[in-house]
Design a protein around this ligand. Structure first.
Ligand SMILES: [Cu+2]
Length: 145
């Protein structure tokens, strides 16, 4: 009797561990879960989406997901991407530029990014791509918390 209770407890523990491992793997490779949307807008005839686990840009180090999709919401490989967060000079404060460092994921058209946002406030995202889908460029505003 005691033995079977222990076996069931261990089995449940293993299931929980597997579920946790699956969840984190899906998130870190960026294929299925791209997180919560920070900003999505058209770029050329595609749509870009910047997302993170919180859905908000924040001051400091963070990870973002950037994806490009067509009108059917299918990811599109756009080749090389760049995203710079720019804040114009204000009074005695010099202009700031915090560029995102991107890596590709197993899904073409979905990129993982790392950025260190220097301060809270209003930033201008300067986004561009160049590659198999041609060239695209846009800017968008976003407030860092
Ligand atoms: Cu500033």
């Amino acid at each position: 009797m005691k033995k079977s209770v222990i076996v069931i407890t261990i089995a449940l523990g293993v299931i929980v561990l597997f579920a946790a491992a699956c969840g984190s793997r899906t998130n870190s490779d960026g294929t299925a879960a791209t997180g919560k949307v920070i900003r999505t807008a058209p770029i050329g005839n595609l749509t870009f989406t910047v997302a993170s686990s919180t859905g908000q840009l924040k001051q400091g180090d963070q990870e973002l997901t950037l994806s490009f999709t067509d009108s059917a919401a299918k990811p599109v490989d756009v080749g090389a991407v760049s995203l710079n967060f720019h804040m114009p000079a204000m009074g005695s404060m010099a202009a700031m530029n915090d560029a995102v460092t991107f890596t590709t994921t197993s899904t073409p058209g979905v990129y993982r990014g790392k950025v260190n946002i220097g301060m809270a406030g209003e930033w201008q995202g300067q986004l561009a791509f160049e590659g198999p889908a041609g060239k695209g460029k846009t800017t968008f505003s976003v407030t860092a918390q």
